[in-house]
Design a protein around this ligand. Structure first.
Ligand SMILES: Nc1ncnc2c1ncn2[C@@H]1O[C@H](COP(=O)(O)OP(=O)(O)O)[C@@H](O)[C@H]1O
Ligand SMILES: [Mg+2]
Length: 170
């Protein structure tokens, strides 16, 4: 079952939501972020990494940047890491091997965030949850609210944590 997770009215609000959600992430979690170019996937990820870092109680070296060229960016902490991927430029399943995608997914100490998880068939593992971004007013994307929908797939525990985090905001 799909569920509306949140509606965010600005880039800052999307990042702040990410922070709340990120505090709930744990190593082993995989979260796919779906939505067109400029939907806010990287913006949300800034917050996700900040929130996860705060949960760990650690400082972070380096910044969250879009991995659209590097395919995978990794943010390291003492006890865990975040692999942030963007599959937009990949064309087939072989690319997953050559970019180290499966290695990143098999990393037991990592949270994995995947932009464009459906670009390559079979890229999102069964336990991966998925958020879909809808631009409320597509004729004015620069200042439109985003609606974030949680798909009814992936690990039920992760979905419950994400839903619980936003319930706490109300
Ligand atoms: N409500 C909103 N939430 C997120 N981004 C927004 C919002 N409104 C406008 N924007 C703008 O949309 C763009 C989103 O960019 P980005 O996060 O890089 O998208 P993606 O990674 O999905 O391609 C940014 O330029 C941001 O300022
Ligand atoms: Mg992006």
């Amino acid at each position: 079952m799909k569920q509306v997770l949140a509606r965010t009215v600005s880039p800052e609000a999307t990042e702040a939501l990410g922070e709340v959600l990120g505090a709930q992430l744990r190593p082993g979690d995989v979260l796919g972020l779906r939505g067109g170019l400029g939907a806010g996937k990287t913006q949300l990820t800034h917050g996700l990494v900040k929130g996860f870092r705060a949960h760990l109680g650690e400082a972070m070296s380096g910044r969250v940047c879009s991995p659209s060229y590097t395919i995978i960016n990794t943010y390291e902490f003492t006890t865990a890491r975040v692999h942030h991927m963007d599959l937009y430029r990949l064309t087939d399943v072989d690319d997953l091997e050559s970019t180290g995608y499966w290695d990143a997914l098999a990393d037991p100490d990592a949270v994995v965030i995947i932009e464009w998880p459906r670009q390559v068939d079979g890229a999102l593992p069964r336990h991966g949850a998925e958020l879909v971004f809808e631009i409320e007013n597509p004729s004015d994307p620069a200042s439109s609210a985003r609606v974030l929908i949680l798909e009814g797939i992936g690990d039920a525990g992760l979905r419950a944590r994400l839903l619980g985090a936003v319930a706490g905001l109300a």
